[in-house]
Design a protein around this ligand. Structure first.
Ligand code: PMP
Length: 407
């Protein structure tokens, strides 16, 4: 790995120079969404200024240019996650859009009454609710892998949940609420040994650690563009070619068809079968640019830098009286959830904001995990490659100040 030039990186994010209530912004809400480097913003602008056209349908020059740029972005995603084929990358509106697409198509194609889907206790609502809805429609059963107090998946319990009825395991790679990195490679092996399929929610993973869909042998994988320095309204569903070919499309419309009559419609080939209607063309091209940004820095270099930030933040936060870190898994990525004494997270978060310190408070769209710990929510600091130890020092000072005021 190679040391990154962080001040050079920060210069690419003008928003980091903002003053909030007169104080310099320190942004620790990266798990919710990340800022975009100037090149991503410029790329999106450039698409609207110079390329704007609908894709895959024009004979004219601009339409062809836009189509090429959009398909190049797909190629960038393919290389980034090491998919075997470009058409295994389906563009969606986000991780939520991708999971809903999968839950509907997979449900329609593979699920019959009595079949089982396994998720984990630490899923984001967007990897719970679509499966609940699908199970209700298809009369299938949703099972949940428990976790331990540290916030780690219990592999022994996972093994017991696998049965001949298990059709799919849908599990997050990194927990957005706790930061735990799950043992995906081992879970894939157990899942496949059971003859079942696995979907990995990589919404909190691809921006921090290498996700290689072939090395891990993932059947499906999803992520959001806006959490990896890309535009909002973009995301990806990766699926193995064979499975995507077998699956029914979810949404119908233009682009996803081969031929339409009122009697019968035949569907387009991959990936278009799953991309009905006009997609977020500029956004997806912007996502390609964001992936170039990450690739040029090197995901391993980013991981090393962020690990260092996480370790430093953990050590420094632990020095605060009354500090309770929620989620102490052996392997974590870029997320630290905590409570301080009896102070309500919302009060602490609101006062930190007045110092320019942007953290997240609440249940982080993962209510079941908060129930498990018997807490209504936490404060969460989550890091991107542009955060610094200086900012963490300011956070620690800020928390101490508030604790003295309220404590
Ligand atoms: N899964 C995880 C683990 C997440 O953290 C998020 C976003 N917080 C999502 C799914 C949903 O992503 P989006 O809202 O971008 O669709």
């Amino acid at each position: 790995t190679m040391a990154l030039n962080i001040s050079n990186i920060r210069e690419q994010f003008p928003i980091l120079e903002s003053l909030i209530y007169g104080k310099p912004l320190a942004y620790f809400d990266n798990a919710a969404t990340m800022h975009k480097p100037g090149r991503v913003v410029s790329k999106v602008n450039e698409v609207y200024e110079k390329l704007n056209s609908n894709i895959h349908r024009g004979v004219h020059f601009l339409s062809n240019e836009a189509t090429t740029a959009y398909e190049e972005a797909r190629k960038k995603v393919q290389v980034f996650v090491n998919a075997a084929h470009t058409h295994e990358v389906i563009f969606t509106s986000g991780a939520t859009g991708a999971i809903n697409l999968l839950a509907n198509s997979f449900g329609e194609s593979y699920i019959k009454p009595g079949d089982e889907i396994i998720i984990s206790a630490m899923e984001h609502h967007s990897n719970i609710v679509p499966w609940q809805m699908m199970c209700k429609r298809r009369k299938a059963i949703l099972k949940v892998i428990p976790i331990n107090q540290k916030g780690e998946i219990r592999l022994d319990e996972f093994e017991k949940l696998l049965t001949p009825q298990t059709k799919l395991v849908a599990v997050t790679y990194v927990s957005n609420a706790l930061g735990s990195i799950n043992p995906i490679a081992r879970m894939v092996k157990k899942t496949h040994a059971n003859g079942s399929m696995i979907m990995v929610d990589a919404a909190q993973a691809v921006q921090h650690i290498r996700v290689d869909v072939q090395a891990l042998d993932l059947d499906f994988m999803v992520f959001s563009g806006h959490k990896i320095y890309g535009p909002t309204g973009t995301g990806v569903l990766y699926g193995k070619q064979k499975l995507l070919n077998e699956m029914e499309p979810w949404q119908g419309g233009g682009e996803m068809i081969k031929s339409v009559t009122f009697e019968e419609t035949t569907y387009n080939e991959l990936p278009f079968k799953f991309e009905a209607g006009t997609p977020n063309i500029a956004g997806c091209i912007g996502l390609g640019e964001a992936i170039d940004f990450v690739t040029e820095l090197g995901i391993e270099n980013i991981q090393k830098y962020e690990d260092d930030l996480l370790n430093y933040a953990t050590e420094e936060l632990m020095k605060i009286p009354g500090m309770r870190i929620i989620g102490t898994a052996d392997k974590k990525a870029s997320v630290i959830s905590f409570l301080v004494g009896e102070i309500h997270p919302f009060d602490l978060g609101t006062l930190l904001d007045k110092m320019g310190l942007a953290v997240r408070t609440g249940h982080h769209c993962a209510q079941p995990i908060m129930d498990y710990y018997g807490i209504p929510g936490t404060l969460r600091a989550s890091f991107a490659v542009y955060n610094t130890k200086d900012e963490i020092d300011r956070l620690v000072t800020g928390i101490n100040k508030v604790a003295q005021m309220l404590g």
